[in-house]
Design a protein around this ligand. Structure first.
Ligand code: NAD
Ligand code: TYD
Length: 349
């Protein structure tokens, strides 16, 4: 089986590539990535020399290039993760999100459809999406697979749009597809613009922790390796045309999570309890900031037998240890262009 994984040099993609390359030595795994600021081949050093792994540098928006790699390698399955993924960046530059997330996804769907010529046996297009397409919850309730789409940010609107295109290709052309919508991931190799790695990095460097609004927003956190295992399960056992929600069953109000992180960081850095928390700085809220995300993950549990395996306290300790031990990785990705972006976009909020 030849599997194309897009966005494999990013955060979640690198965990999916690693899992598939190690677990399925008989599969040929192709990692297609443009290597934007978020893509980093250092995320895959441990598997890059494996005989069943090939890296392809390219842009999912580039039709001629995508056609060419389909012709050359003849993929059977696609696990599509490549995307612009950060809500704050989508507020600054929505069109980049439309380009990669909407046009790029539709380009892949289109080339797959033409390449497979409706000979769909043992073929699958698997789109990795987000729970943010469902919009925002109040204090009660959970997102299920039948919750109506109601995206608010340019990021979630672009992901919702790409989900709709995936379903349109299933309904119109019979393309075999599956979609999963997952909650917030955390763990090693996450780019330090997202909450957890950003705050770990800032605490280490004694920089302010910019908490949006009052820190009342709630997210449902899932360890990234558990997400990769869910993707493996859905790729092999998911039903054609279906959607599966993936969640951590692990809701945290931002400020409570930040306080917990601060206290773990004080212990790890051997500083007085309360030192890191002094860096907490309440800043202007994110525009259109969704209040609460929480997932009902009973369908994937009941139908496919997946549930999160790691408890949050263990996952958080592992994650913090990883960032403290991998300072070279962290320094590398936070230098250069990113540092300029961070200084202009964040510290002036
Ligand atoms: P990420 O930003 O860390 O990685 C994205 C990867 O895609 C990078 O390697 C980047 O170089 C690549 N890429 C971007 N544009 C490309 C293009 N035009 N052509 C080819 N490659 C391109 O993102 P992530 O957090 O790993 O998210 C991966 C996927 O999972 C995304 O589709 C995202 O919407 C979805 N998702 C993320 C989360 C989360 O908590 N991070 C939760 C649910 C779903
Ligand atoms: P983030 O990691 O950007 O994920 P998402 O917006 O996709 O859920 O943010 C997680 C939560 O943390 C979200 O409610 C916004 C908040 N947040 C801050 O308060 N400060 C920050 O600097 C960042 C990056 C996020």
């Amino acid at each position: 089986m030849k599997i194309l994984i897009t966005g494999g040099a990013g955060f979640i993609g690198s965990h999916v590539v690693r899992l598939f390359v190690n677990k399925y030595p008989d599969y040929q795994i192709f990692n297609l990535d443009k290597l934007t600021y978020a893509g980093n081949l250092a995320n895959l050093r441990d598997i890059e020399k494996k005989p069943n792994y090939t890296f392809l540098k390219g842009d999912i928006v580039d039709q001629a290039y995508i056609q060419q790699i389909f012709q050359t390698y003849g993929f059977d399955g696609i696990i599509h993760l490549a995307a612009e993924s950060h809500v704050d960046r989508s507020i600054l530059n929505p069109l980049e999100f439309v380009k990669t997330n909407v046009l790029g996804t539709t380009n892949l769907l289109n080339v797959a459809r033409h390449h497979w010529k409706e000979n769909y046996d043992n073929k699958l297009f698997y789109h990795i999406s987000t729970d943010e397409v469902y919009g925002s919850l109040g204090a009660e309730g959970l997102f299920s697979e039948t919750t109506a789409y109601d995206p608010h940010s340019p990021y979630s609107a672009s992901k919702a749009s790409s989900d709709h295109f995936v379903r349109a290709y299933y309904d119109t052309f019979g393309l075999p597809v599956v979609i999963s919508n997952c909650s917030n991931n955390y763990g090693p190799y996450q780019f330090p613009e997202k909450l957890l790695p950003l705050f770990i990095h800032n605490i280490k460097n004694n920089k302010p922790l910019p908490v949006y609004g009052k820190g009342e927003n709630v997210r449902d956190w899932l360890y990234v390796e558990d997400h990769a295992k869910a993707i493996d399960t859905i790729f092999h056992k998911g039903k054609n045309g279906e959607t599966y929600n993936i969640g951590g069953l692990n809701e945290w109000q931002n400020i409570r999570l930040i306080e917990l992180m601060c206290s773990i960081m004080d212990r790890k850095l051997e500083q007085t309890e309360g030192t890191a928390a002094q860096l907490i700085t309440f800043v202007k809220d994110r525009a259109g900031h969704d209040l609460r995300y929480a997932i009902d993950a009973s369908k994937i549990k009941n139908e496919l037998g997946w549930e999160p395996s790691l408890n949050f306290e263990t996952g958080l300790e592992l994650t913090i240890d990883w960032y403290l031990e991998n300072t070279a990785w962290l320094e590398n990705v936070t230098s250069g262009e990113y540092q300029k972006y961070y200084e202009t976009q964040y510290t002036k909020r």
